[in-house]
Design a protein around this ligand. Structure first.
Ligand SMILES: *Cc1c(COP(=O)(O)O)cnc(C)c1O
Length: 431
């Protein structure tokens, strides 16, 4: 399998090269040159998550150095439960796919764990990989956690001092080697500029094998197909009908993964995207015109995106690929968290609430005759400040997040200067 750039001005590369590069040299995003085609019968009913992932992803890694290690990578990356639950027994047509039972309580664990295990299989002591990530949210925690204990692929995480919550800071600074957390005495934009400057420095970039783990990496996108595949097969084998999917999304990572799984022949019916108040995707769907805008801050802040970077992957396909884009503002998110809890006791995070609201807005015709699967992307505890007042109770952390609260933290303070970042990169490598 070869990968091409969405902009068509870069050479074809193998899977491991696409993973290492992140972005193609022409500035485009990598896409598989062809897609494998599966039928439901290709997946025996008893496949566990790791085995199913291996079967689905094997064609994407054919003829790459990762082909032989792929089964082991999948087994160790997807070793946590991914339950499909019925939040309200009175509404059996709505199932929720809980993607937050990984070690950092959000669905970013799927992509990050797969990517780091793949990086660790590609990297060598004399050809290291250093993932450099500027983060303000869920990604950094998932990256640090996924990198812990690796041999040749390490993570260096930069975050802005005083701009993230105490729990988020903890979740960035609690991971052991080869993970380094750097607290930068500046804002998030300065962290991003620093990362860009490091990538642009050929000496630093080569010496440390700098790579990225952002959501445009094909190494994060491909593994996200696996839970959509598994859940759709489960429903299809039970009901004989392709389920509809409702995907809370901002950057289109999760949304594009669902569409890609369907394009590979998985039994998936209509795909509905749920967004927060950021209107770029809903306007595109309504008008056929794509206009990027400034992002606005919402309760579902992991989806606060005004210019979805994965849109470039979707644009070749056209609007009719997506059944609908449902835009859910903060008032509707609050109301949905309240009413869901009052109706069934189910507790949703703000991102999950956008999907539940999108389900509630389906027409009776859209609902009839098929099961809909809505993704739950974060454990509500991660958004306790927003959720607790709405449901009138305090939330307890799940075991994985309680563990984060127990761990010792380690962090190094730096100024927003390339010299200081370079010194930290060198120090980490020596140690
Ligand atoms: C990252 C994230 C999303 C959105 O992911 P996309 O890549 O934009 O699809 C949704 N919910 C949570 C909790 C997230 O962390």
């Amino acid at each position: 399998m070869k990968y091409r750039s969405t902009r068509g001005q870069a050479p074809l590369v193998s899977a491991d090269q696409a993973l290492r590069a992140g972005v193609a040299p022409d500035g485009g995003l990598y896409l598989p040159e062809t897609l494998p085609h599966f039928g439901a019968e290709d997946f025996a009913a008893d496949h566990d998550p790791g085995a199913l992932a291996h079967r689905l992803l094997a064609p994407f890694f054919a003829e790459s150095p990762l082909a032989d290690s792929l089964a082991g990578i999948c087994a160790s990356a997807f070793d946590f439960p991914v339950p499909l639950v019925t939040p309200d027994p009175a509404e059996p047509g709505l199932q929720v796919l809980e993607l937050f039972h990984g070690p950092t309580g959000a669905f970013k664990d799927f992509g990050a764990r797969f990517l780091f295990r793949a990086f660790d299989a590609i990297a060598r002591a004399d050809d290291p990989i250093t993932v450099l990530a500027a983060t303000s949210g869920d990604t950094g925690g998932a990256v640090g956690c996924a990198a812990e204990g690796g041999r040749h692929a390490r993570a260096v995480i930069l975050f802005p001092e005083g701009r993230i919550s105490a729990f988020q800071e903890r979740q960035l600074c609690c991971w052991r080697a080869p993970v380094t957390a750097l607290r930068v005495s500046d804002d998030f934009d300065a962290c991003q500029r620093l990362v860009k400057a490091a990538f642009a420095d050929p000496v630093l970039s080569t010496r440390h094998g700098l790579s990225s783990a952002n959501s445009i990496s094909i190494g994060r996108l491909l593994p996200q197909m696996t839970y959509w595949a598994r859940a759709s097969l489960e429903v299809f084998n039970r009901t004989g009908t392709r389920p509809g999917l409702i995907v809370p999304t901002g950057n289109l990572g999760n949304g594009f993964a669902a569409l890609l799984a369907r394009a590979c022949g998985l039994p998936i019916g209509p795909v509905v995207l749920a967004t927060n108040a950021n209107a770029t995707l809903s306007d595109w769907h309504a008008s056929g015109q794509y206009t990027a805008r400034q992002s606005i801050a919402t309760l579902a802040n992991a989806m606060d995106v005004g210019a979805p970077s994965n849109f470039e992957r979707l644009s070749g396909f056209g609007v009719d690929l997506v059944e609908d884009v449902v835009r859910v503002d903060d008032a509707a998110i609050r109301q949905r968290i309240r009413s869901t809890h009052a109706g069934s006791g189910y507790i949703a995070c703000p991102h999950t609430a956008t999907a539940l609201e999108a389900y509630a807005r389906l027409t009776p015709e859209q609902r009839a005759g098929r099961v809909w699967i809505a993704a739950a992307t974060a454990h509500p505890y991660k958004f306790a400040d927003a959720v607790e007042p709405l449901i009138g109770q305090t939330l307890a952390p799940p075991p994985s997040l309680a563990d984060v609260l127990q761990r010792p933290i380690e962090v190094t303070d730096i100024a927003a200067s390339l010299g200081e970042l370079a010194a930290q990169l060198d120090a980490g490598r020596a140690g």
